[in-house]
Structure formats: C-alpha cells, structure tokens
Ligand binder design. Structure first.
Ligand SMILES: *Cc1c(COP(=O)(O)O)cnc(C)c1O
Ligand SMILES: [Zn+2]
Length: 418
C-alpha cells in the first residue's frame, strides 16, 4: 500500500489528513478538489518497476503498491483494468499520424473506464466497513458502481441518474440490482440530490470530483499505457472530457510515474469536449480560473460528457495547462461520424462520448496541435453497446433481402461482393 501523506486542495494547497468523510476542501468549496499525495521518496525506495512488470495480476491491482489501499485488503473480484493497448496503424494513417495507440477501456467489466474509480472506492469502503455507497452519474459511473458493488454482497448501492440516460445504461443498473433513482432532471440535479442524501444518511460518496479517490483509480490507465509501452510515455494522450475526472486521473498517473523516476517526461494531454458541453474548453481558451466557471446548460448526443458544471474543473484545467496540452471541441455530427470511423479502422466500437476523442484527435491534428511525427495514445473510454440508438444513426448500408438465395445473390452483386 502507498501510505497517504496528505490530501491537498488543488486551489489553495490546503492540507488534510485522509479520512472517508473528507471530500472537497471546506475552505475553497466544491471547486477545491483534493489530490491524494504520497511520500514519493519512500515509494521510490520501496517499489521496483520491474517487479510490477512481471506481476501475474492482469488487472489494475498490479499497481496496488501505488494505490491508497492496504496490501492485503479485499478488492472487488471482477477484472478491472489491464485493458488492451492496440497499435493502430490504419487509424494513424487515416488521421495523418505516424504512430497511434488505442487504449480500449470499453473492455472493462461494465464497459467503461469508470470501473477503475468504482473499484478503488469500493475497496476503501470495504476497508472502512461502510455499508452503502452512492453516486450520481450520467450512467457509466453508476453502472460501474452497481456492477462492481454486485460482486460485494456486504455493500448496498444507491444510484441517482437523469431519467434521460440511454436505455442500455439504465438496464445495466437494474440488472445489477442497485437501488436506482431515475431523477426527472439533468445530471447536475441528480448530483446535488445525491450529495444531499449522502450527507443526511452518512452514505459513502463515490461522486466524481467529490471523492478524491476516484482520481486514484483512474490514474491506473496511465500506469498501464506507460507499462504497455515498456515504461515510455507517448508524446500526446487524447481523451474526451465531461467532468474532467478522467483527464485528471491520467495526469495524476503520469505525474506519479515522473516522481518515481519510472518515465522521464509526461505526455501533453488533449481534452476533447462536445460543442454543446464545453465549459472547460471555454475556460481554457479564456485563461480563466476554475473557480470562475458557472453552471450552464449542456446538450450533446454524447451523454457521458454532458456536464453543466464540470466537477473536476480545477484538476482538469491544471492537467492540460501543466502538460502544455489543449482542449478542442467537436460537434455532435462529427461525434456520430467518428463511431464508424474508429470501429472500421480499428475494430473498437465506442459509445459517442468515447468516439468524441477520435473526432477531437482529427481536429487537433488539423489545427496543428499535434505533429504528424509524434506518438499519440487515444483513450477509448466506453463501449459502443452502451448506446445503440445513437450508433445506429451513424451507420446504414444494410442489404434488405427476402429469405431467398436469388434475392441475396442480386443484393450482393449490387454492392460488388459477388
Ligand atoms: C465519464 C466518461 C467520460 C468523461 O469523463 P470525465 O471524467 O467526466 O471527464 C468520457 N467517456 C466515457 C465513456 C465516460 O463514461
Ligand atoms: Zn483549499
């Protein structure tokens, strides 16, 4: 286990001791999210990178010694993390890049990167013997908590989701047996209600940008990218951004590795937002402080990156600013087009929020934010089966045929297959 030295406020540097009821900085309010920091000199001394490389644990728990849980503590049994990193020459070609890797986090147990955060939060809940864990979510964080929670019978899960969440995501929650509150409102309304009930009932909050350990779970994706590239960081990492927690986790992961001396430079981070939910991209362009961001309407086909007030705004802006990265925005139309583009060039089927990163990568290359000679890692954050209705809008071309061989032959001839 990595012993926590302090929880430090991103806005003012205020320092706190770790406890399960410390969420955001009482001085700097909701924008003051906390970094989980360790004694890096001790970690450097005690942990050997090459020992991790030969670990037989093919999950995020191979990095247990760099995570804020006990070495011997119980973790959810599902295989979270250690997702594939694909070399993607055809997609690279299509985008005018020489080297592109695709990290497929849609391959996680519940189909998204959110499993990493939920797994860690649940491991901490087990350690502290907390009976109920709750979250508000646009769908994936909830599915992750419900699914991993179902593997731990002693923990009850209460979920707040906007009633507009895609059908498959709601079905997933119900199948896992969580208590599901479909809130007649936006994600941000569900979020506020979840906070209220957690405070009132003493439930453990998994909420993004509130629970500091979600970032620690998400950082494992950066550890994996580096390890899968033989402890090298790519020049650039591109990922889609809603609340800003994933990009912050990626930043934290590479920062930890830098402090350990296991990599010698961190990648530039490029965050992709939907045009209709672009609070962070706007703040970045304006050079604005995270505290100045106000809640504003958010609408996009990519439900997982719709956020009216990005909860991890301080960490996300810092991630991009500190690494010399950028934010780009993409239209819903381009997000939908990117679903088949990505799938047909790589075999990875991504949900809209995840395909948005691919559309954003294309924009970033065109805008000269990425040089064609640089190595790039595109993080695919969620599985395409999460939102079939939108995927269906992006593709056509099926051959309607009678149950008749002659008709099928004609159809195949019409498209040149025969
Ligand atoms: C949550 C999510 C995102 C965005 O992550 P944030 O931490 O909210 O920025 C992107 N893609 C998918 C599939 C997600 O579930
Ligand atoms: Zn503070």
């Amino acid at each position: 286990m990595a012993e926590i030295k302090e929880l430090r406020c991103v806005i003012g540097g205020c320092s706190y001791r770790a406890a399960e009821d410390v969420y955001t900085c009482p001085v700097h309010g909701e924008a003051g999210t906390l970094d989980v920091l360790y004694d890096y000199a001790a970690l450097r001394r005690d942990i050997d990178r090459d020992e991790i490389s030969v670990s037989a644990l093919h999950s995020c728990w191979r990095y247990k010694t760099l995570l804020p849980i006990d070495e011997c503590s119980r973790v959810p049994p599902l295989a979270v993390g250690w997702t594939p990193l694909y070399d993607s020459p055809r997609l690279a070609d299509a985008l005018g890049l020489s080297r592109l890797w695709l990290k497929d986090d849609g391959a996680n147990p519940t189909g998204s990167l959110k499993d990493r955060a939920s797994a860690l939060v649940l491991a901490r809940a087990l350690e502290s013997e907390l009976g109920v864990v709750s979250t508000a979510s646009t769908g994936n964080a909830a599915a992750a908590l419900a699914g991993l929670g179902a593997s731990l019978p002693e923990i009850g899960i209460v979920i707040f989701v906007p009633a507009s969440a895609p059908e498959a995501k709601i079905a997933q929650l119900l199948v896992y047996g969580a208590t599901v509150l479909l809130v007649d409102g936006a994600y941000d309304d569900a979020f506020e209600l979840c906070l209220e009930f957690c405070r009132e009932q003493g439930w453990y909050m998994r909420n993004t940008g509130v629970n500091p350990f979600t970032t620690e779970g998400k950082k494992t994706v950066a550890f994996e990218i580096a390890e899968q590239l033989n402890w090298q960081a790519p020049d650039v990492v591109v990922v889609s951004v809603g609340d800003g927690s994933i990009i912050s986790g990626i930043h934290k992961g590479f920062s930890d590795l830098l402090q350990l001396g296991w990599i010698d430079r961190a990648p530039r981070l490029i965050g992709v937002q939907a045009e209709g939910s672009a609070a962070l991209a706007k703040a970045f362009a304006a050079g604005a402080a995270p505290e100045s961001i106000q809640r504003a309407k958010a609408t996009t086909v990519a439900d997982s990156i719709a956020s009216e007030l990005p909860r991890d705004r301080a960490k996300a802006l810092r991630a991009v600013r500190q690494t010399g990265g950028a934010f780009v925005t993409v239209s819903d139309e381009r997000i939908l087009e990117a679903i088949p583009t990505l799938a047909q060039a790589s075999g990875v089927f991504a949900e809209p929020a995840s395909a948005a990163a691919c559309a954003g990568l294309e924009s970033a290359v065109k805008a000269g934010l990425i040089d064609s000679e640089e190595s790039v890692c595109l993080v695919s954050t969620g599985n395409g089966l999460k939102d079939i209705a939108n995927a269906r809008k992006a593709v056509g071309g099926e051959l309607r045929v009678a149950a008749d061989a002659a008709d099928i032959r004609r159809a195949l001839q019409s498209v040149g297959v025969l």
